[in-house]
Design a binder for this molecule. Structure first.
Ligand code: NDP
Ligand code: 8X3
Length: 277
């Protein structure tokens, strides 16, 4: 009888006074978790016991990852399949978690992104430009627009944006991809100043060359061209970046990494790589 009463009271608190946060581990929302850096981050946060919301467009990959994370780490995982370029899809997907235990997002990892083509700007394709800007810039904004109010309401949160060395300098034929990552650099700074008063941390992590599916996407499935990018030196891996993202997210509340450029030891600048070939 006493136990039943206690259970009822606890349920009341959990439901109405938002004490449910105590019963749920920290929540990280990762966009672009079906491959590369995002997937590695999902594993890294899962290993550390976080509850994870994973996103990507490839539904099958996402549900395989969900099962793998649940089985391997015994954590809570929620898959949200949507295209960050489509604001209606973004809103509909994120609305499904509002009012549930998943809405208390502690960390938003804006990682989904891509590069398409490597041509001089005068030979660039409009559809590639649109896709890169829609994904890397507008997609990041759409997702953030839905999640920032939840963080503002709770007066806490951490937004981690995956920028790039391409957001710090411009290299030959990188043009619009570099422009999109320069925009991520500016948006990260803007978020930091605007969200400061709400107690929200903003970090930008800018990787150099990391061997993921990035170059396969850039060269539109041409694996040979993609492999050439990483020939003759040891590139970063998704896991290298994931360890740094987790580190940045676990610093004490009074400490923040604003901006971090992380490169392979063989890379001095975007196009200066010490290759032994
Ligand atoms: P991958 O191609 O391996 O992963 C990209 C991820 O983004 C995939 O999970 C993909 O999922 C997702 N994605 C792409 N477009 C969309 C979309 N419209 N909606 C939702 N998800 C999307 O590349 P990386 O892991 O290397 O890239 C991750 C981030 O790191 C990107 O922002 C990239 O610009 C950045 N970066 C990469 C570097 C590198 O050298 N690899 C260096 C610097 C930065 P799906 O296809 O299922 O939608
Ligand atoms: C990806 C790294 O140098 O190809 O952002 O632009 S690079």
């Amino acid at each position: 009888m006493l136990f039943k009463k206690f259970k009822l009271i606890l349920e009341f608190y959990v439901k109405h006074l938002k004490l449910r946060i105590i019963l749920m581990s920290k929540i990280v929302f990762i966009t672009g978790a079906t491959s590369g850096i995002g997937e590695a981050c999902a594993h890294k946060f899962a290993e550390a016991g976080y509850s994870i919301i994973i996103n990507g467009r490839r539904k099958e990959r996402l549900s395989n990852l969900e099962s793998q994370l649940k089985n391997q780490y015994n954590i809570k995982v929620k898959s949200l399949t949507f295209d960050v370029r489509d604001n209606n899809e973004v809103c509909d997907a994120i609305d499904t978690i509002i009012g549930t235990e998943w809405e208390n997002i502690d960390i938003l990892l804006n990682n989904a992104g891509l590069s398409l083509g490597l041509n001089p700007i005068n030979e660039g394709l409009l559809e590639d430009w649109d896709n890169m800007i829609d994904t890397n810039v507008k997609g990041l904004l759409y997702v953030s627009k839905k999640i920032m109010p939840l963080m503002v309401e709770r007066k806490k949160g951490h937004i981690i944006n995956i920028g790039s060395i391409a957001g710090k300098e411009v290299y030959l034929k990188g043009n619009v991809y570099c422009a999109s990552k320069h925009a991520v650099d500016a948006i990260s700074k803007a978020m930091r100043v605007d969200l400061l008063q709400h107690g929200i941390k903003v970090t930008q992590i800018c990787p150099g060359a990391a061997e993921t599916e990035f170059s396969i996407v850039r060269f539109k499935g041409n694996k040979e061209a993609a492999d050439k990018v990483y020939e003759g030196f040891k590139p970063l891996t998704g896991e290298d970046i994931a360890s740094i993202v987790l580190f940045a997210s676990q610093l004490p509340p009074h400490v923040n990494i604003n901006d971090l450029l992380v490169v392979p030891a063989a890379q001095a600048a975007a196009s200066i790589i010490n290759k032994d070939i």
